[in-house]
Design a protein around this ligand. Structure first.
Ligand code: UD2
Length: 384
């Protein structure tokens, strides 16, 4: 767990009753990043303390640990309520992204991970997390777990676009049916559901940067499953007042991402560079992506779990900047001090030429502000 995660936010159990709820007092805080003050006369069902307000500026006079320690101190001083009774369920919490979300909340909530460990790993679990080792295909048991939670992060998925093309039916069963179970279980309660959607819902971009209103023409079963689930979140909000939010991830990377046939290009390049093997750029390398560090994805999830205006929305999560795959290969080679040769292979079938997110909605609705550009993020990830 990174230190900043452990102090990122204070979650107040919704079932705690207070008398003077002043939601508007929080709104400017989220937009401007200025300090949130919590006093005993203020009440909110969820209270968030954005960490950036407390972080000292990026400059040469403060090390990053000094900056985070300062953030922790300021946040702790402002927390007046014990948040330890908030129940958080992270479905898919033993996987790459879910385990980072679970880590970030162990000090602020009771965290249960629901995972069958089919692709996730028990080693990713923080010792303070409870594991419910079960399949999301069992609707009855999944319902029971969701009903107990105040906040549900749903990240369990068949994550490979290629596998979904090879086998659309099993992919559908994993990626689509469970979201209905989760949203049904959340009906009639004020459980917040934060769903991991994907940039795959947009298909081949018609323009960039891609905003949330961009046409949605997914070119794989995976993209269609994510799009349908994303729509279900909005629909359950509009029809049944379920507090569901869909976060549309662009290209996520960082610690615990596995290097393998179906994993992200950064983790593949990292392994190749470290082993001294050729770094395999597919095509001419001019295709671009918006790479977002997993810490920033955690930030977006925590904000989405708490922001008043998030329910019912689909929200892009990226950095708003793009890099070519050739530049990426060179950056990885340099950061790892590797002698690997950069080689070019065939272009991948159906590969998207350009992808970059417009993150205005995330900034405005959530107060999201990514900490890492791709070069800083690569350095942090590869420096491990
Ligand atoms: C990402 C997601 C996918 C889906 C999609 C939405 C990952 C792993 N996949 O697919 O789930 O959400 O976005 O648009 O995050 N490449 C190389 N060499 C390699 C491997 C990849 O050059 O060894 C290239 C690849 O051809 C592509 C780029 O790197 O142009 C990114 O590939 P990727 O598999 O990391 O991610 P992407 O954007 O295809």
């Amino acid at each position: 767990m990174t230190f900043v995660h452990s102090v990122f936010l204070g979650l107040i159990p919704r079932r705690t009753a207070f008398s003077a709820f002043e939601p508007e007092s929080l709104a400017p805080t989220l937009r401007t990043g200025s300090a949130a003050r919590v006093t005993s006369t203020q009440t909110r069902t969820r209270q968030i303390v954005p960490y950036r307000f407390a972080i000292l500026p990026h400059d040469n006079t403060h090390s990053s640990s000094e900056r985070y320690e300062n953030a922790a101190r300021v946040i702790m001083e402002r927390m007046t309520l014990d948040p330890s009774t908030t129940d958080v369920l992270v479905i898919g919490g033993a996987g790459f992204i879910g385990s980072h979300i679970a880590d970030s909340l162990v000090d602020d909530a009771d965290v249960t991970v629901y995972d069958d460990l089919s692709t996730g790993h028990a080693e990713n679990l923080h010792p303070d997390v409870s594991l419910r080792n079960d399949t999301i295909k069992n609707a009855e048991r999944l319902t029971a777990s969701v009903e107990r939670a105040d906040i549900v992060f749903h990240l369990a998925a068949q994550v490979s676009v290629q596998r979904s093309i090879e086998g659309p039916v099993p992919s559908h069963e994993t990626n689509l049916d469970p979201i209905l179970t989760i949203l049904e279980a959340a009906r009639g309660s004020d459980t917040r559901v934060v769903f991991a959607s994907s940039a795959a819902i947009y298909g081949e971009p018609e323009y960039t940067p891609i905003d949330e209103d961009h046409p949605k023409e997914p070119n794989s079963p995976y993209g269609l499953e994510k799009l349908t689930a994303d729509h279900y979140c909005r629909l359950y909000h509009d029809l049944y007042d379920v507090e569901a939010v869909a976060l549309r991830y662009f290209n996520v990377y960082g610690p615990r991402q596995q290097a393998g046939d179906y994993s992200g290009v950064i983790s593949i390049f990292r392994e190749q560079a470290r082993a001294g093997d050729s770094i395999t750029v597919e095509g001419d390398g001019t295709q671009t992506r918006d790479f977002v560090h997993v810490d920033d994805v955690v930030q977006a999830n925590l904000l989405a779990a708490t922001a008043d205006d998030a329910p019912g929305k689909g929200i892009n999560v990226g950095t708003g900047t793009e890099i070519t795959i050739r530049e990426l290969a060179e950056a990885v080679k340099e950061a790892t001090n590797s002698d690997s040769e950069i080689v070019h292979l065939e272009t991948r079938e159906g590969d998207i030429a350009e992808s970059v997110a417009d993150i205005s909605r995330a900034r405005e609705t959530l107060g999201y502000d990514p900490e890492y550009d791709v070069y800083e993020g690569i350095e942090a990830y590869l420096g491990e």
